[in-house]
Design a protein. Structure first.
Length: 472
């Protein structure tokens, strides 16, 4: 699929972050791109401005007559009228993961897997390769702040690299055959798909079995898989600090930047600076640097790109930073991610009171990890809990946000309808405010930014990036 044979491509669920990256790829390849999504968003607005045709009502008549490939996400039910219509017309309908594999596998592929950390890590790798001038393309699970998109390309050519997220949901990552595979984590998640953590672990083992001959596996120290890596695959470990093939040493935080030496299997490389806060981001950076070092990226290029890395929208995304108020938006939707985010905020703003607005994502995840969610949320000082975002699921009896609120050992906590949130925030004066979750909580970000800009006493705005970036 290195040369696009399709002239008209249709997307069912085009506004999803992974689907929209594919849509941008096909548009760049010269195809006519159209699609359906349930709701409009800032991302679908961008896609329309780029030349895609998108509608938001279930209407088979809106599907172009010349479609020769349809791409579908399981977030759209098979009962959907447009899905049934596509099948009736005899149009090829492929899952997003299958198409991603067909695009990536002709190239030297770097695939980042893990139940968390993969979006930031893959985006870091993409930025390092792009900055170093390596022929590459990247299909990402988040919007890179450096490029304002989730599809990044730099010149086609021999030896082109393709950098992708390897998503464990629905075993999607088994469609990939990477040259370099990274595994950042393997915490229990997607138990609606895997039923048990052992099945999740087995699937990650299957993923390592997809690594090409003479390929490389980079795995976080302490993450164990149930499969021996073949002799023709080189195995490397990484960690935040020590006891691994790649790690950081001499870590120091100065003026919000993390300074460290990057330790490789051959020699220490001193003088690296990460241009964003959080030890979890440093750990992601070690994995990204490991992949870059093994791919032959020069030390100076790695240093320059890491300092210049702007991050990913909705990944520890500092939207307002004032002396009296800080607002951070984060995609955290797993207990480990919540814990990492809250702890990073405490490290960055010691002594500040932290208020978190959390929207649980999926009934099944809330059910399976309820106790872990409750422990993580109890690390906040104040909790505002929204109702569960169902995504692809139907309600499960007895599973609701009230249940989770009751489990959370916190004195200052409340359950909130999203319509009530502006009034609640109007009456509060949080020192640090977090929005957390993977559902449609992102639609609240700009209203919250505008609310606290107008609440500032002297009318001075101190958003840490431009309005244009904030709208992405």
């Amino acid at each position: 699929m290195s040369e696009n044979p399709f002239k008209s491509v249709y997307f069912l669920g085009i506004g999803g972050i992974g689907m929209s990256a594919l849509a941008r790829y096909f548009l760049q390849q010269g195809a006519h791109v159209a699609g359906y999504d349930k709701t409009a968003s800032a991302l679908t607005d961008q896609l329309i401005s780029e030349g895609m045709e998108i509608h938001f009502n279930e209407d088979p008549s809106r599907i172009p007559v010349d479609v020769d490939l349809a791409i579908w996400t399981p977030a759209v039910p098979r009962e959907h009228a447009e899905y049934r219509h596509l099948l009736k017309r005899g149009i090829r309908v492929k899952k997003r993961a299958e198409v991603l594999g067909e695009i990536a596998n002709p190239f030297s592929t770097i695939a980042v897997a893990g139940t968390h950390g993969k979006t930031t890590t893959s985006t870091m790798i993409a930025h390092i390769f792009h900055s170093a001038g390596k022929p590459m393309m990247a299909l990402l699970g988040g919007i890179s702040k450096n490029y304002g998109t989730n599809y990044v390309q730099l010149a086609e050519g021999s030896g082109q690299f393709c950098i992708v997220e390897a998503d464990e949901f629905d075993r999607s990552f088994l469609q990939l055959s990477p040259d370099i595979a990274i595994i950042t984590s393997m915490d229990a998640d997607h138990l609606d798909i895997y039923n048990h953590r052992d099945q999740l672990k087995e699937s990650f083992g299957d993923f390592t079995g997809k690594i090409r001959n003479n390929g490389k596996l980079i795995i976080k120290k302490g993450v164990e898989i149930d499969r021996e890596v073949p002799e023709e695959v080189s195995r490397f470990t990484y960690s935040l600090q020590g006891d691994a093939d790649f790690y950081a040493s001499n870590i120091a935080i100065r003026e919000g930047l993390i300074h460290f030496d990057f330790i490789t299997p051959e020699a220490p490389l001193p003088g690296f600076v990460l241009g964003m806060p959080g030890m979890f981001n440093l750990e992601n950076a070690i994995a990204a640097l490991a992949a870059s070092w093994l791919s032959g990226i020069p030390e100076a290029e790695m240093k320059r790109a890491l300092l210049d890395f702007g991050g990913v929208v909705r990944r520890f995304d500092i939207r307002i930073k004032r002396n009296d108020f800080v607002y951070i938006d984060d995609y955290a939707h797993h207990p480990e991610e919540l814990h990492a985010c809250i702890q990073a905020v405490r490290e960055l703003y010691p002594g500040k009171q932290i208020t978190g607005i959390f929207q649980p994502h999926l009934y099944s995840r809330t059910r399976d990890l309820a106790d872990d969610f409750a422990r993580a949320l109890a690390e906040l000082d104040s909790l505002i809990l929204l109702e569960i975002y169902p995504a692809r699921e139907q309600p499960i009896e007895g599973i609701h946000s009230r249940m989770l609120l009751d489990k959370t050992n916190l004195s200052d906590k409340l359950l909130c309808d999203r319509k009530e949130l502006p009034d609640i925030l109007e009456k509060r004066h949080p020192e640090v405010l977090l929005t957390l979750g993977a559902g449609d909580i992102d639609q609240l970000v700009m209203p919250i930014v505008r609310l606290f800009e107008t609440k500032e006493k002297h009318g001075k705005t101190s958003v840490n990036h431009s309005e244009q970036e904030a709208e992405r």
